[in-house]
Write a protein that binds this ligand. Structure first.
Ligand code: HEC
Ligand code: HEC
Ligand code: HEC
Ligand code: HEC
Length: 429
């Protein structure tokens, strides 16, 4: 993931100032296929079209620049074939496990329209929902967003619904996951953060004044916090699921911190590592919970204080007795208190300042942070900075220094990261 690229993108965004069940949002309508969207007077223009309130070149942007359009064709390549062959499965292009995330997965052929084409990969309707019932009406001049939603257009404006959608493939859900078997066969590591990945997706929409008046404004910190909440819910759901947390006799290994077992990042990293008291133990892979806990320090200290002992107990219990009470308590805390908080987050300059401080302080205190944690902290700081011109002006250069330590997981040196983030933490007060 190119975090530096993102840094540039969001600086640009700041200068110009500018928001269950995923495919199931279809309401039993047919998937009409991307070919129904791509006509040049709809979404298929090569350049943005003047005089429309949308860009008009969405199809072109998606097909030329957006990796989602390659999601299926990448299954035809040798890397993908090697994965399924190592796992004893058939062709990846016919394997539901792969198709669920790499295509608009509509197994029931009667729900596919004439122009439906599996090769389109993750296409318009993967995100915007089956279009049969709104295809015609949404193009009529004056059709409102609400009218389109009423006809079954999926709501991708609501950050909470958007997070559920993206996380369903970029982390997985009850129906699909990248398991350790699949990682072992060579699948790239999944990592996700709603604001960063939203900024990295080649933009086929523009959050300008017209967009804001039709839909909503977009605040990076709100997106970040909502994304972390959804990811934390995903982690907890997987830990509580009898099917997803086990692989035969053993626990599902992807639930654990990869570097409990694999020390292949760089020699540097693990020789210099300290272990907060328990070397050689398996640690759970719960980065989004740590991110929530750290940011809640600046949003709602009460919840943050309730959360901290539960996260500690979660680790201990899981290692010693396997009890799941802490998981259940954390699930309740996340869904009943944190999730509503994220939907109603009032992002003021003061809130940005306190989240920024909490995240930086948290980051500066972790002993020998792993790349996965460091990367998420940096993305959180960046989303916060991008939500506040004051912070951007004051700390932009310091964030750039932090990102400079994250150019690749192989070259990552935790000491350099800690030094850069400690400088930032000291400069905030
Ligand atoms: C149906 C599953 C699915 C959904 C839903 C989905 N993605 Fe993806 N996404 C993928 C797959 C698969 C890839 C990798 C495609 C490839 O390279 O073959 C991908 C790739 C990406 C990439 C490129 C990553 C890179 O390494 O360059 C970004 C950015 C991204 N997605 C953002 C998002 C965002 C933001 C959302 C929600 C608005 C989202 N995705 C929803 C499946 C999905
Ligand atoms: C839970 C969803 C999920 C499942 C299941 C899944 N993938 Fe992926 N896959 C992704 C996402 C998301 C990415 C992009 C990761 C990124 O760049 O952040 C990806 C990336 C890839 C890539 C790299 C593409 C590139 O751009 O080079 C390959 C190859 C791949 N997957 C093959 C497979 C195969 C084969 C299967 C089935 C055995 C499979 N995947 C199952 C979500 C999934
Ligand atoms: C990976 C998910 C994803 C895919 C694939 C995708 N979109 Fe989007 N699209 C979004 C998100 C997120 C937004 C921003 C929220 C919104 O306005 O609904 C958006 C916004 C839009 C908008 C709204 C622009 C506005 O100003 O109101 C249009 C039009 C659009 N997409 C068309 C398309 C078309 C056509 C395709 C296929 C060629 C496509 N999208 C594929 C996620 C996706
Ligand atoms: C409990 C220990 C454990 C954890 C945790 C773990 N793995 Fe593994 N991993 C293994 C073992 C054992 C193998 C098989 C090694 C062999 O075949 O020699 C393996 C194999 C692999 C392989 C195949 C290449 C190799 O080195 O042999 C990959 C890739 C991999 N794991 C990725 C991951 C990722 C990514 C994570 C975290 C999401 C993870 N692992 C977590 C124990 C673990």
């Amino acid at each position: 993931m190119n975090t530096r690229l993102y840094y540039l993108i969001s600086l640009f965004a700041l200068l110009t100032w500018f928001p269950h069940a995923t495919l199931a949002q279809s309401n039993h309508a047919k998937y009409v296929g991307t070919g129904s969207c791509s006509s040049s007077n709809c979404h298929g223009s090569v350049h943005p079209v003047k005089g429309l309130n949308i860009l008009g070149n969405e199809y072109y942007t998606w097909s030329k620049h957006d990796k989602h359009s390659q999601a299926y064709t990448n299954l035809q390549k040798s890397d993908a074939k090697r994965m399924t062959s190592l796992m004893g499965l058939g062709e990846p292009t016919e394997e539901p496990l792969c198709l669920k995330c790499h295509s608009t997965y509509v197994p029931d052929a009667t729900m596919r329209g004439e122009k439906f084409d599996l090769e389109d990969g993750v296409s318009c309707e993967s995100c915007h929902g089956a279009a049969e019932r709104w295809l015609e009406s949404h193009a009529i001049l004056g059709a409102t967003h609400q009218q389109n939603l009423d006809k079954g257009l999926a709501d991708t404006v609501s950050l909470s619904k958007r997070a559920t959608l993206c996380v369903s493939c970029h982390f997985g859900d009850s129906d699909k996951a990248v398991t350790h078997d699949l990682y072992g066969a060579g699948h790239p590591r999944l990592t996700f953060e709603l604001d960063t990945y939203g900024a990295l997706q080649p933009k086929h929409w523009l959050v300008d004044q017209d967009y804001t008046s039709r839909k909503a404004s977009y605040i990076p910190l709100a997106a970040w916090f909502t994304g972390q909440t959804r990811l934390a819910e995903g982690v907890l759901a997987r830990l509580s699921s009898p099917e997803q947390s086990k692989n035969g006799l053993f626990p599902e290994l992807s639930l654990f911190d990869c570097y409990s077992c694999h020390h292949n990042l760089s020699e540097e990293q693990w020789k210099h590592r300290t272990y907060s008291g328990s070397p050689g133990r398996l640690h759970l892979n719960i980065v989004p919970l740590l991110m929530l806990q750290a940011s809640l320090g600046g949003i709602n200290t009460k919840i943050s204080e309730e959360m901290a002992p539960l996260v500690t107990t979660l680790h201990k219990d899981y290692q010693q007795t396997g009890t799941t009470e802490a998981i259940a308590q954390l699930r309740a805390l996340t869904s009943e208190r944190i999730s509503p908080l994220s939907s109603a987050l009032q992002v003021t300059p003061d809130l940005c300042q306190s989240v920024f401080r909490s995240l930086a302080t948290f980051g500066s205190k972790i002993e020998s942070p792993k790349f996965e944690v460091a990367e998420q902290i940096a993305m959180g700081l960046q989303a916060t900075l991008a939500s506040s011109p004051q912070l951007a002006k004051k700390h932009g250069a310091a964030i750039q220094k932090i990102f400079a330590t994250l150019t690749s997981s192989k070259a990552f040196d935790p000491a350099r990261f800690t030094k850069a983030i400690a400088e930032l933490a000291n400069a905030i007060h």
